[in-house]
Design a protein around this ligand. Sequence first.
Ligand SMILES: Nc1ncnc2c1ncn2[C@@H]1O[C@H](COP(=O)(O)OP(=O)(O)OP(=O)(O)O)[C@@H](O)[C@H]1O
Length: 248
Amino acid sequence: MTTQVDRNDATRLGHDPVLTARALTKRYGWRTVLNRIDLTVHAGECLAILGPNGAGKTTLLRLLVGLVRPTSGSIEWFGRPAGDFGPAVRAQLGVVMHRIMLDPELTVAENLRYYARLYGVIDAAERIRALGEELGLTDRLGDRVRSLSRGFQQRAALARALLHRPRVLLLDEPDTGLDIASRIRLVDLVERFCADGGTVLMTTHAPELAIQLAQRAIYLERGRIVWSARGRDELDLHLRIQPRLVTV
Ligand SMILES: Nc1ncnc2c1ncn2[C@@H]1O[C@H](COP(=O)(O)OP(=O)(O)OP(=O)(O)O)[C@@H](O)[C@H]1O
């Protein structure tokens, strides 16, 4: 089991930031959805992005993966401007958003094979088998995505995100629809991913998931970071004095 001391050990984290966002701002018409967000994330770190409905959490992830352009501000991945989010950047990012980004008419395996080709995964068959096992999907690989329950669709989305061995996982409410066993699997998977030097940015409405997984959390409200906490004790304290989050 990973101890809290391990997870808070800053020396374990890489020195060069994996992600640097500066003054990141997004407006839709007159509405400022994200307001000058500054964020630096290092290798091996799991960052939880918390906040009430409509705070801007999903928008932040969408900007960071290049699905939406910022109104102003900059994003650097691996020390380089993300620019137009070309293949070199995208190859390093594994993304799970609300939309599962799988073809509902294809089977899980067909979807994964398609993405494997897209990302040039050489050992696709073995990789799909291993991920199926890791995510408890083996018996569902031959099922059409549209026939799967929400929880299994979420597992398939996680498999797709991990397929090309990205260095960073960006997960928008990854626990959505997962049963207790799958949540435990998710925690285990994220812990191992970070222990291997991977970086995770994860939005969640589940305080216990943030406390369990994240070395650091930021709390967004109306597009601004209103607090951030490092380590389980600090996060726990913030969540206790922030009853709004716990009741969301
Ligand atoms: N394409 C868009 N056009 C206009 N407004 C948008 C668009 N996308 C998001 N917004 C607005 O931006 C705000 C932040 O939305 P976002 O989905 O980022 O919040 P969130 O913190 O992820 O919320 P939730 O916890 O409910 O998922 C909301 O007020 C939303 O209506």
